[in-house]
Design a protein around this ligand. Structure first.
Ligand SMILES: Cc1cc2nc3c(=O)[nH]c(=O)nc-3n(C[C@H](O)[C@H](O)[C@H](O)COP(=O)(O)OP(=O)(O)OC[C@H]3O[C@@H](n4cnc5c(N)ncnc54)[C@H](O)[C@@H]3O)c2cc1C
Length: 482
């Protein structure tokens, strides 16, 4: 009998297997498909590659602004998909920890088909292989939720979108969350006519309201038709040129047509076929595996990590989960998930990102100050011709600590990483305002926005002067030092 079996080789499963083996456990890693899971094969890596292509197109369009003459960029989608495959293979080979897993002696069973519990300590694969272990860690991730309306089999998910052989002339994107927004933004850049349907009153509903509004406005300006509060979908049907979606609101029926419909309406746990009940593993009301703070399931010898637990469904959190679950499986219940700073963001045009509380959430429990600096007032964005966007900082009036940071515009995701470190370190706005961030950078906007919040809080900074002088200092201090 093995010490640990990990089911699923996405970021959670790979790190869980690595950690268990590193702690001396005899470990097996079984996965249905390719090593690397959705992260490497079907999520961030392919999406980011397509988003990079979309970025190159918009950068090419800027060339004439800087006196460089080229013709209008033309996309060869087949060549781009070959590049996506190249990147996915490279990531799998070089940065998905495969080498470390092999060197620690983990038995990896790749492309083994779906595995399931045959009894509480036995895992059986589709091919009939049986493995037994003292502890089992479930890391099988999630899958796109499908709609259950007539004709839903005519719709696609983001995974199908990556395997299209050509760019469709038009697309209905149903769901205005992170995945839907990315699909809409990327295919809009590639030349599809996009209609983006959001059931609620705003796209990106988990973002700060100002960010949602800015992204929706930018999408509309770039030609995407954004339809919030569009009603309920009744059906999909085939048309000579693609698909028609019929929907109704307040008794009025409407329809929209396109070559293709992509549905991105959420995520469900990948538990089907695992026979969880055989091991005594319970799910919560949403169907995700229920875990405690040690990532232990209702069966004391079974742990779960990553998207399958239905919390923040992101790669860094899956990695942390895998580490914690494996530590507890091998050493006993010694580790809990601490309070985390969780930056999130998306590679749309424009990019958007957040860390900490939204303004609305912060105001529910605290007295706050809010500072905003627009991109068109900072030097780097003017140099690069990327002046659309803003950075918003929310600080606690009582403690002066940073509660949240929200950015929309060029490099928003990278800027937010710096804010995440400031929040993680418990910095006050005046501390952040005094860091001489390099000039001229995108991240420099954080110094400006922190200085603005500090001023509203009447905090003393080591230099005294008017706003312009302080702003100038924020942008120029490290430059002056050289
Ligand atoms: C379009 C898209 C874009 C994304 N972009 C980002 C991003 O930019 N940044 C970010 O941090 N996150 C992003 N994510 C989310 C990220 O991909 C997931 O949070 C992450 O992959 C979760 O890791 P995991 O290990 O829990 O599961 P997965 O990566 O889903 O891995 C699950 C593994 O389990 C295997 N499996 C499933 N069922 C079985 C079974 N019965 N038996 C054996 N094996 C099984 C699968 O083959 C797979 O290998 C994105 C997701 C999508 C869909």
């Amino acid at each position: 009998m093995l010490d640990v079996i990990v089911i699923g080789a996405g970021p959670a499963g790979v790190v869980a297997a690595l950690r268990a083996a590193d702690l001396g456990a005899r470990t097996a890693l079984i996965t249905r498909d390719e090593f690397g899971g959705m992260a490497a094969n079907d999520g961030p890596v392919p999406v980011r590659t397509l988003a990079h292509a979309a970025r190159l197109i918009r950068e090419a369009r800027q060339l004439s602004l800087y006196g460089i003459a080229v013709s209008e960029p033309a996309l060869d989608y087949t060549r781009l998909l070959a590049r996506v495959r190249e990147v996915v293979n490279d990531v799998r080979a070089h940065s998905a920890l495969r080498g470390q897993i092999d060197s620690l002696g983990v038995n990896v069973f790749e492309r083994a088909g779906p595995a399931r519990f045959a009894d509480p300590h036995t895992v059986k694969t589709q091919s009939g292989m049986r493995l037994q272990a003292e502890k089992i860690i479930i890391c099988t991730g999630g899958v796109s939720r499908r709609l259950s309306v007539p004709g839903s089999e005519l719709t696609f998910t983001h995974s199908d979108a990556w395997s299209l052989t050509s760019v469709p002339p038009s697309m209905l994107v149903i769901g205005g969350g992170a995945t839907g927004a990315q699909v809409a933004s990327i295919f809009n850049a590639f030349g599809s006519r996009i209609q983006l349907f959001q059931a609620g009153p705003r796209i990106l509903p988990t973002e700060d309201e100002d960010i949602s509004a800015a992204v929706a406005a930018a999408f509309r300006e770039s030609g995407i038709e954004v339809r919030e509060d569009f009603g309920d979908i009744e059906s999909f049907e085939k048309t000579p040129s693609g698909v028609r979606m019929t929907f109704s609101k307040d008794g009025a029926r409407d329809s929209a047509e396109a070559a293709l419909a992509v549905v991105a309406v959420g995520w469900v746990a990948n538990t089907a076929g695992l026979s969880l009940a055989t091991a005594g593993v319970e799910t919560d009301h949403r169907g995700f595996v229920r875990v405690d703070g040690h990532l232990r399931t209702s069966a004391p010898h079974v742990f779960a990590a990553g998207d399958i637990t239905g919390r923040l469904m992101l790669v860094p959190q899956a990695i942390q989960d895998g580490f914690v679950a494996a530590t507890n499986a091998v050493r006993g219940l010694t580790m809990t998930l601490g309070a985390q700073v969780n930056p999130t963001g998306s590679f749309t045009d424009p990019e958007y990102a957040q860390v900490g509380l939204t303004e609305a959430k912060a105001r529910e429990t605290r007295d706050v100050v809010v500072a905003v600096v627009r991109f068109d007032s900072t030097t780097r964005t003017i140099i690069d011709g990327r002046t659309t966007g803003f950075c918003k900082l929310i600080a606690d009036r009582a403690t002066y600590k940073i509660l949240g940071c929200h950015v929309v515009g060029e490099r928003a995701v990278e800027i937010t990483q710096v804010a995440a470190i400031a929040i993680g370190a418990g910095m006050r706005v005046d501390d952040l305002a005094q860091v001489p961030l390099s000039f001229p950078t995108y991240a420099g906007i954080l110094g400006r926005v922190a200085a603005s919040a500090a001023r509203q809080l009447n905090l003393k900074v080591t230099w005294q002067g008017g706003q312009a002088e302080m702003d100038w200092w924020q942008e120029n201090s490290s430059f002056r030092a050289h």
